[in-house]
Ligand binder design. Structure first.
Ligand SMILES: Cc1ncc(C[n+]2csc(CCOP(=O)(O)OP(=O)(O)O)c2C)c(N)n1
Ligand SMILES: [Mg+2]
Length: 376
């Protein structure tokens, strides 16, 4: 198994037990086992205020993301997509759950595993795929590629390739939102590798400090997929209780089973509301797993076993959600139809990307500086 949270090293990690967003029994008991769990989460039966149509819509979104990532992987192997490409496959429930509670005026910032975030926030799949293909019709005119998706109108503030580099930006944006008198929040996703970066520690310190005055509505979403590239959590730090690192900065936190959409929805609803109301940061560690290699080029994986991947695949977030929906009485035909529709959306995106023109050469000189254009 990839990771077991070092129980003996753990001291009490959270005061969230007493706070308004107390960890449920399920999330607390999972804190020491960052490994797949054979049973669905108990809190997975709750899905906040979402009705069944909304849940089916989330299933559609997760399925679309998976098809999208599969298609991107194919495009990469065919040499049609260049540069770096990092897939979100296996982690869909995390972004899908949290971004369900996005409100206009919020800001979302993440690292380079960003396709799902763009799609969930409403970027057109055609434009996202065209961006991966480096085409002029891409979301950022083919100049950003997979790692640098941006869609400010829809709340996406990137898409960053420098590990940890986006964390101070997100914390600063959260400060700005309060300074400007809004009730927006920042959802800031980071990986289990990024948390060891100095930028995280400096930014988390300020977030905690400013949060005491209600000036830092940052929701840290720590996506612990057990690896940073080929390095497992145990090989990256002697203190493997990652969410406990937030204690150092006075930021309360809890864990969630990141493979279980319903558990994520439950936590996300409470956490976003809490951050919005208090203006103080909060952190969630979502225990998850990428079933794809770190990057699309890394198909030779020596750092994890086939058995480990197979075990996590049994808790694939889409499979789990599907099982839950069937149990709840949704017809198999309904889910099949959703999958067909999702596949068609992705097929259309691939077609659009393939048929789109390369960016104009003149585009080399636009968007270089902020403002209306290039000055001499
Ligand atoms: C500052 C910096 N150092 C190293 C790298 C190389 N690098 C790219 S991804 C990565 C691992 C990050 O792991 P994690 O934060 O867990 O994110 P995940 O890939 O698992 O989503 C590293 C070290 C980089 N991009 N930037
Ligand atoms: Mg990771």
């Amino acid at each position: 198994m990839a990771t077991t949270k070092g129980q003996s090293r753990r001291r009490k990690t959270s005061s969230s037990d007493d706070g308004p967003v107390a960890a449920s029994a399920t999330t607390r008991s999972r804190r020491n086992a960052k490994s797949p769990s054979p049973a669905p989460s108990r809190n997975g039966s709750e899905a906040g205020a979402l009705d069944s149509d909304a849940i089916l819509d989330l299933f559609r979104k997760m399925t679309t993301i998976r098809f999208f990532e599969d298609a991107a992987q194919r495009g990469f192997r065919q040499g049609k997509i260049g540069g770096y490409l990092h897939l979100y496959s296996g982690q869909e429930a995390v972004a899908t759950g949290f971004l369900s509670y996005y409100q206009e005026g919020d800001k979302i910032i993440t690292a380079y595993r960003d396709h799902a975030h763009a799609l969930l926030l409403g970027s057109h799949p055609n434009e996202v795929m065209a961006e991966l293909y480096g085409k002029g019709t891409g979301l950022v005119k083919g100049k950003g590629g997979s790692m640098h998706l941006f869609d400010v109108e829809n709340g996406l503030w990137g898409g960053y390739g420098i590990v940890g580099g986006h964390i101070p930006l997100g914390v600063g944006m959260a400060y700005a939102l309060r300074y400007q008198g809004t009730d927006g929040i920042v959802q800031l996703s980071l990986g289990d590798g990024a948390i060891h970066n100095g930028a995280f520690h400096e930014a988390a310190n300020l977030a905690g400090l400013w949060g005491r005055e209600g000036m830092n509505p940052t929701l840290f979403i720590l996506e612990n997929n057990n690896y940073g590239m080929g390095t497992s959590v145990e090989r990256a730090t002697a203190m493997t209780d990652l969410s406990a690192k937030f204690d150092s900065y006075g930021i309360e936190h809890e864990d969630v089973d990141g493979m279980d959409l319903f558990a994520v929805l439950d936590v996300a609803e409470r956490a976003t509301q809490r951050v919005r109301e208090t203006g103080a940061p909060y952190a969630i560690e979502a225990i998850t797993y990428r079933i794809a290699p770190h990057g699309a080029a890394d198909f030779l994986e020596r750092y994890r076993t086939k058995e480990e991947i197979a075990e996590w695949r049994q808790r694939d977030p889409i499979g789990l959600a599907e099982a839950r929906l069937l149990e709840a009485g949704v017809a198999e035909a309904t889910l099949d139809e959703i999958k067909r529709e999702a596949k068609a959306v992705v097929d259309e995106a691939v077609k659009f990307a393939e048929e789109s023109p390369e960016p104009e050469i003149a585009e080399l000189y636009t968007d270089v500086y902020a403002g209306d254009g290039v000055t001499g």
